[in-house]
Design a protein around this ligand. Structure first.
Ligand code: C2O
Ligand code: CU
Length: 478
C-alpha cells in the first residue's frame, strides 16, 4: 500500500535549526537560584499513600495493526497502540507485570517516564535491570505519589519508535481544577512497518548519509498519529457544548515536535510534565518528544479538528472533536489557531506550591551537547554514550545536594533533555519539568534537589540522538 523509498526516510524537511516556530521554545537562561516558595504540597504528596495497590499486566509482542486504512507490522503492548491507559490515584502502589513475546535475542523494559520512583524500577536495560527476555516477565512495583500526566515506554534501543508506549495518568484525590470531562491525546510519529523499521533508520543515520543530505536529516515519517490513528480515519472525541474538558497531551514521538491546536477554541495551559503552572491562555502549544501538557478548553458547538502539526515536516496528525452533527473538516484543514499565540514551556511559571524552595546551589554541572547531523556523532561532554559501558560517562551527585545542570547546546539542532527519577525546575521561576528543549547554541539551566539515590539516565529524548550517544548517567555517590 505504501512504497516509501527507504532513502526518503532520511530526506527530512528542515533542520529545524532554531528557525520558524521552534524559536518559540527559547527563553532567558542562566538565571539565579530559584526564589523562596512553599513546597508543602509536593512534600505532602510524597508522603500521602492510599494504601491501595493497582495491578496491571502488559505483554509486548509483534502484531499487525490497522492505523486507519494503513496496515503495519509492529511491536506493541497487548496488540494496540497506544498501550492501554493506566490510570491510578496518587498514593496508589502500582504493580505492572511485563511479559515479552518479542523475537529471539530481543530484551525489553518499561520506563515510567516522569515518575520519581525507586531506581531499580526505572526500566533502563543494562543499568537498572537486565531487561525481559522472550517468554519471561518482570514485575515493576512503585508508589505513584505525584499526580499528573505521564507515559510509559520501552527503554531499549529504538523500541519506543515501534508501538511500545502508552499513557499513565495519576489522578489527584484532591483535584483543585474543575472540569466535566477529560481526554488523553497521545501523539506519535510513525514509520515502523512502512517498508522499514526504527533499527534500520538508526543504522542509516549512524552509518553515514549520502552527501546530498547534509543540511537535513530529521526522519521523514510517512504518518503522524493521534491515538494510533492516521488523519484519514481520525479518532473522534464527543462532547457537549459549554462543557469544560481537560486535555492531557503526550508526545510519544521519537523525532518530531508538534504544534497543537484545537480549531475554534483557545486553551488554558494548567500543567506541563505533570506539574501545575500558573494558568496561561493560548491558541496553540509546542510539545517536544517526551513532554506533556494539560490544558482546559470550553467546548464550542460543532465539529472541530484537533491538529498536531509536525514542525518542519509539512505533515500533521489529526483527531476530531464533535459536539454537534455536521460535516468533519477535511484531513488537511489547518485551523487558524495554529498561527496564533504558540506557547512553549519557557514562557510558563511554576505554580507557587510546586516551586523549589530557596537555597544555595551546592553543585553545578555543565552538560555540553555536541554533534552534527552529517556525522551523527551526538555526545555529552565529548563522550558518545555506550549502553554497554554506562559508567564510563557519569555525572556525580550526592544525596541532599541542590544541583544545577547547565545544558550548553553547541549544535545546530534542538534537543529535548530528559532526566530520569527527578523533576527539575526550569530557570528561576519556570515550570517543574522532566523534559526541556534546549535550542541551538543556547544554554538552559535547571535546578533540582538530589533526593532519589541511584543511577539515572540523562539524555536527549530525540530517540535517535540519544541512541547515537547524546546520553549520560547521573550517579549518586562515589
Ligand atoms: Cu522517556 Cu530515558 O526516557
Ligand atoms: Cu537531540
Amino acid at each position: 500500500m505504501n512504497s516509501i523509498n527507504r532513502r526518503s526516510v532520511l530526506l527530512a524537511g528542515l533542520g529545524m535549526a532554531g528557525t520558524g516556530a521552534l524559536t518559540a521554545f527559547s527563553g532567558p537562561s542562566g538565571s539565579p537560584t530559584p526564589r523562596p516558595a512553599n513546597r508543602a504540597v509536593a512534600l505532602e504528596q510524597k508522603r500521602f499513600g492510599t494504601g491501595r495497590t493497582r495491578d496491571f499486566t502488559l505483554t509486548a509482542a509483534p502484531v499487525t495493526l490497522d492505523l486507519g486504512g494503513v496496515t503495519v507490522d509492529t511491536w506493541a503492548y497487548d496488540g494496540r497502540i497506544p498501550g492501554r491507559e493506566m490510570r491510578v490515584t496518587a498514593g496508589d502502589t502500582v504493580t505492572a507485570e511485563l511479559s515479552s513475546r518479542l523475537p529471539q535475542e530481543t530484551v525489553t523494559t518499561i520506563h515510567w517516564h516522569g515518575i520519581a520512583l525507586p531506581n531499580p524500577m526505572d526500566g533502563v536495560a543494562l543499568v537498572t535491570e537486565n531487561g525481559v527476555r522472550p517468554d519471561r516477565n518482570f514485575t515493576y512495583r512503585y508508589v505513584a505519589d505525584v499526580p499528573g500526566t505521564y507515559f510509559f515506554h520501552s527503554h531499549v534501543g529504538v523500541q519506543l519508535d515501534r508501538g511500545l508506549y502508552g499513557p499513565l495518568i495519576v489522578e489527584d484525590p484532591r483535584e483543585p481544577l474543575s472540569y466535566d470531562d477529560e481526554w488523553v491525546i497521545v501523539l506519535d510519529d510513525w514509520i515502523d512497518g512502512v517498508s522499514t523499521t526504527p533499527d534500520e533508520v538508526l543504522a542509516e543515520l549512524t552509518h553515514g548519509m549520502d552527501g546530498t543530505n547534509t543540511a537535513s536529516g530529521h526522519v521523514k515519517y510517512p504518518y503522524h498519529l493521534v491515538n494510533g490513528k492516521v488523519p484519514a480515519d481520525p479518532d473522534v472525541y464527543t462532547g457537549t457544548p459549554g462543557r469544560r474538558v481537560r486535555l492531557r497531551i503526550i508526545n510519544a514521538g521519537s523525532d518530531t515536535a508538534y504544534r497543537v491546536a484545537l480549531g475554534g477554541h483557545r486553551m488554558t495551559i494548567t500543567h506541563t510534565d505533570g506539574y501545575p503552572v500558573e494558568h496561561q491562555e493560548t491558541d496553540a502549544l509546542l510539545i517536544a518528544m517526551g513532554e506533556r501538557y494539560d490544558a482546559l478548553v470550553t467546548l464550542a458547538d460543532g465539529v472541530f479538528p484537533l491538529v498536531a502539526v509536525a514542525e518542519g515536516k509539512g505533515a500533521a496528525g489529526l483527531a476530531l472533536v464533535r459536539t454537534a452533527s455536521g460535516r468533519a473538516p477535511s484531513p488537511d484543514f489547518r485551523p487558524k489557531e495554529l498561527d496564533g499565540v504558540v506557547l512553549a514551556a519557557s514562557e510558563l511559571r511554576a505554580a507557587a506550591d510546586v516551586r523549589l524552595p530557596d537555597r544555595e546551589t551546592d553543585s553545578v554541572h555543565r552538560i555540553v551537547l555536541t554533534g552534527s547531523m552529517r556525522r551523527y556523532d551526538w555526545a555529552i561532554n565529548g563522550v558518545r554514550f555506550d549502553m554497554n559501558h554506562p559508567a564510563a560517562n557519569r555525572i556525580p551527585v550526592d544525596t541532599g545536594q541542590r544541583v544545577r545542570l547547565d545544558f550548553v547546546n553547541r549544535t545546530a539542532m534542538w534537543h529535548p533533555m530528559h532526566l530520569h527519577g527527578h523533576t527539575y525546575q526550569l530557570d528561576a521561576n519556570g515550570p517543574r519539568k522532566d523534559t526541556t528543549v534546549v535550542l541551538p547554541r543556547k544554554t538552559v539551566s535547571v535546578w533540582f534537589d538530589a533526593d532519589n539515590p541511584g543511577q539515572w539516565m540523562l539524555h536527549c529524548h530525540n530517540l535517535y540522538h540519544g541512541e547515537a550517544g547524546l546520553m549520560t548517567m547521573m550517579a549518586y555517590g562515589k
